[in-house]
Design a protein around this ligand. Sequence first.
Ligand SMILES: [Cu+2]
Length: 258
Amino acid sequence: MAALVLLATTGCTSNAFTRLGMLPPVTKQGKVTLTLWQGSWIAAFAVGFTVWGLIIWAVIFYRKRSDRVPLQVRYNLPIEIMYTIVPFIMIGVLFYFTARDENYIDALPAHPGVVVNVTGFQWSWEFQYPQYKVPHSEAGVVTSLGAMWNGDTPGNENQLPLLEIPTGETVQFNLTSTDVVHSFWIVPFEFKRDVIPDHPNHFEVTPTQTGTFIGRCTELSGLYHSRMLFTVKIVTPAQFRKWITAQQALQTASGGAQ
Ligand SMILES: [Cu+2]
């Protein structure tokens, strides 16, 4: 068990094996989720090895050796109390860490650095940046609208809706849907949240790494649900401000999102 714990705790973010199926996290919140996931596995392995050890011990040392009936024991109160209390303690520990991390991940900042209003619809996404105005346009703010993924159209992957956000700043997402329930998922955020009509949902992340990723809808929302892809670009704050200023100028000149 010591060898396994050593193996599982060395190089926690760099080793695909120790992430147990998750991608490397790109937000502060994602790192917390990954640590909770790893801790849960270590706890499960500890329980597993204890149980397997006891089974193997009983199999080896209490084999049938003669026809003599083994010593009969029953109603061992201390053992039965232990059977009852130990699972409660284990559940309590898992509950404590889950509740603590969930409260952290669900916390909303009083003054987010960047606000993004996300609208899910059949079958694509629209992203609006209400802090960045575009006078005389329909939306009045910087809007990012793309095309639904379509593998038959060459170059279509460059036309997906673009979500651009900066590193090191709190980014708040406000999620709404115009039709059915969708779900907003960026895999390396280690996080998904439902996008429900008439029920705004919110969450916040602080990106820690730059990179380009694919976002997805993860709630079956109709015929082209699987095509609800979008591009996520995490850039430096300077690059973000440059991009948003360029979008403001472009959208002001053309009267709205392209
Ligand atoms: Cu959807």
